[in-house]
Design a protein around this ligand. Structure first.
Ligand SMILES: *Cc1c(COP(=O)(O)O)cnc(C)c1O
Length: 389
């Protein structure tokens, strides 16, 4: 049996994979089992921040794996402490909880918000408000947080205590507050899975003020938008928001599983001994990888992300077959005349790997994709989007 046949036989059928087996790669180019090369414009859904098998990233991992690959959270390890320090220094947050994924980072954020509100206002202040069309993960609780009904249908009953409003609808939030006691509002600054849709600056500003005035915990989910992807270290910085809790994962460790929940001053003491935990959370190899990644996301790298973003947006704007370009930094959505799924399929034949998000083609190349490689990919994508004569 081939790898594809074995996968089809033995792997739970949750993923409808493309018929491509990736065997190796370097930077922004990956190779399949037949030796065909592809430009990677998806980065494993925004995970491989500095591309595939990056040398500096590998050295950070190899260095740590030869010392200690795991310890339980009963003991101290250096990479975990150093990474938490870096995250706090660069965000102004005060405490970090490490986990293994975006969903877990959000679970922790929700726990912090609920406990903060319960400790201070009583157990009936527990509602977490999220945005319609959001995506916060696949655990039962983060599914409940996800503001898209089609994710809910199969798995009821979901965790109670979630409500959703439309992005931009500050009035809706105020109305809701008359009906339920709100512990937290959780948002993505750019809805990634929801179709690469940025929230408006006005709404961000109104929401920030409303949460501050009412002592509601503002959680920003930076799982997809974080760690340089937006052109700033975190996308909330672009909006001038001051969240109380920030969750991140995906690109944080450049391709190893690591989630982080950063907790600001207001809620920094909410979690005490035994209140939360994770066996693998803060794993020294993953943290060493993330320390290496974070040290490279400096002003130069971020201005490179913004320059590549501007280049892509100007190339795609008004290109034939592209109706709209949305997004922030190197998280870009293309509303195309042809169905996005068809374009992505045809680009696989042309040697470019792209993603979709709802009705959009979604592009998330490595933050350091070389300009000539990016140009080749952009030309092929434009050609694939153009109406066929
Ligand atoms: C991908 C994603 C998640 C879930 O992350 P996992 O690592 O798959 O659990 C949560 N929130 C957002 C915004 C995401 O893009």
């Amino acid at each position: 049996m081939s790898v594809i046949e074995k996968d089809k036989q033995y792997i739970a059928r949750t993923y409808n994979r493309f018929p491509v087996e990736i065997v190796s790669g370097k930077g922004s180019v990956v190779k399949d089992a037949d030796g065909k090369e592809y430009i990677d414009m998806g980065s494993g859904i925004g995970v491989t921040a500095f591309g595939i098998a990056d040398d500096e990233w590998q050295q950070a991992i190899i260095g740590q794996i030869g010392k200690v690959q795991h310890m339980s959270n009963l003991y101290y390890t250096e990479p975990c402490a150093l990474l938490a320090e870096q995250l706090c220094l660069r965000t102004g947050m005060k405490k970090v909880f490490f986990s293994n994924s975006g969903a877990e980072a959000n679970e922790c954020a929700i726990k912090v918000a609920r406990k903060y509100a319960a400790d201070k206002y009583g157990a009936d202040r527990y509602t977490v408000v999220t945005l319609n069309n959001s995506f916060h993960g696949r655990t039962l609780t983060t599914l409940a947080a996800t503001g898209q009904d089609h994710y809910h249908e199969l798995y009821r009953p979901l965790t109670p205590g979630f409500e959703s409003i439309d992005a931009g609808d500050i009035e809706g939030l105020i109305e809701l507050s008359k009906r339920v006691k709100i512990a937290a509002v959780m948002i993505e600054c750019v809805q990634g899975e929801g179709g690469v849709l940025p929230i408006s600056r006005e709404f961000a500003c109104q929401l920030g003020k409303y949460c501050r005035d009412n002592d509601i915990i503002l959680i920003v989910d930076e799982v997809q938008t974080g760690n340089g992807r937006s052109g700033m270290l975190y996308s909330y910085m672009t909006y001038g928001l001051e969240p109380d809790v920030v969750s991140t994962a995906k690109g944080l460790a450049g391709g190893l599983p690591l989630g982080a929940t950063m907790i600001g001053e207001k809620a920094q003491d909410v979690l005490g001994f035994g209140d939360h935990g994770s066996t693998f959370g803060g794993n020294p190899v993953c943290c060493a990888a993330a320390l290496s990644i974070l040290s490279r996301i400096d002003d130069d790298l971020l201005s490179g992300v913004r320059a590549r973003s501007e280049y892509m947006i100007s190339e795609f704007s008004n290109a034939p077959g592209i109706e709209a370009v949305t997004g922030l930094g190197l998280l870009i959505g293309l509303k195309t005349v042809k169905p996005a799924g068809e374009i992505v399929k045809s680009l696989i034949c042309d040697g470019v790997l792209c993603l979709t998000a709802k009705d959009k083609v979604r592009l998330m190349p490595a933050l350091n994709i070389p300009e000539d490689v990016l140009k080749t990919a952009v030309e092929k994508i434009k050609a694939a989007c153009a109406p066929t004569a």
